[in-house]
Design a protein around this ligand. Sequence first.
Ligand code: UD1
Length: 416
Amino acid sequence: MEKIFVQGGEKLYGTVKISGMKNSALPIIFSTILVKGESVLENIPIVSDVHNALSILSQMGATVKYEDLHTVRIKTENIDPNSLNMELISKMRASSYLMGTLLAVFGKVMMAYPGGCNFGQRPIDEHLKGFTKMGAKCKESDGYVEITTDKKLKNGKITLDKISVGATINMILASVLTEGKTIICNTAMEPHIDDTICFLNKCGANIKRVGNTIHIRGVDRLKGVRYSIFPDTIEALTYISCVGATKGVIELKNIRTEHLSSILPLFEYMGMDITDFGNDTLNIRSSIQLCGAHVRTAPYPGFPTDFHPQFSSLLCYTNGGGSVDETIFPGRFAYVNELKKMGGRVDKTNSQVFIMPSELIGTETCATDLRAGAALIVASLGAKGVSTVNNVGFILRGYEDIVGKLSSLGAIIKVI
Ligand code: UD1
């Protein structure tokens, strides 16, 4: 297994180009199952989750060809819904989008439970309740789920009991080709949902989001189009926390400022200067003394749970420290012990972590999931001495060329 070595203490300077958003590339890749004709997806991030999603499709018989490093052409007309790679499915959460798409096209799907980062229970009950409301039958046994319908899926009103990104997208995918109108209430509003909607609408779908309600008028078919994936908000936030941990000045390119607008004021409050240069470019200057902050994770536009661990690392490098109250994934604290190994003054109680200002010292740590791994990179960049982060595979699931990008900003970092 690869390791990342970081010699901490280097200020970051320069420009970093943010990649396409993993969490929308994945549903959009699986959405191509609904499309007749070729989908050409641009700004695809080079990360292992995307590679695995494309492998699942090609093993089902889809044609998948790279036009260049970040553009992929996908044709799914001849896929076989029975040729699913259960091992890959059980490794990634986004494989859950096979439920909505295969149900919509073939009226059935039998697959392993979606996997993904392990931070406690990640049920799919909201997805299954929605499919059931649409007239499908759902059976679960021995790590597998089977969803079938012998009639056309019904449209109507679906109200999610819990705000869920995955269930919201799955309801859209299952209903986009049904007859009549579907209304989905209490939906999540993350940018990856809008990205998926934009892609489907470009293909000919009729989907409109009004606040947290989504209105869908079913269409007969979706046509292939060329589409560019939105930039990754969590990757952008991770680089902002890297510059906060090391101080320095960086420019983020290829971002959508509007997707960050609810969280940028927090960084300004903490003492960073943020200048929006337009043209998808943001300049971040971190002052030597950052003040701390207390945050609570919440569905978008709240503080993202996917940025919780990286923010905790940043808090170590502030004057006042702070806390994170995790309201979405209560098991998302595996990074806490790793920060403690580095000398982090961190205390966890139930769903909350308190972080005191800490002088972190480089040591050997272990990434336990994607964002926890990113948090250790943030911590290592600001620490004294050399840090080693093991289990790098987790980080490569969601961060394109993180080592190359940080090196280009002046960090001393390498993968071995
Ligand atoms: C997606 C993202 C993940 C992110 C999360 C929240 C992908 C591949 N993953 O995960 O990176 O951390 O959104 O922004 O896009 N829940 C239920 N029942 C369900 C579904 C969810 O109780 O059927 C609960 C979850 O346990 C959690 C909350 O709802 O407490 C939110 O989960 P959800 O938004 O569904 O997360 P994912 O789609 O799995």
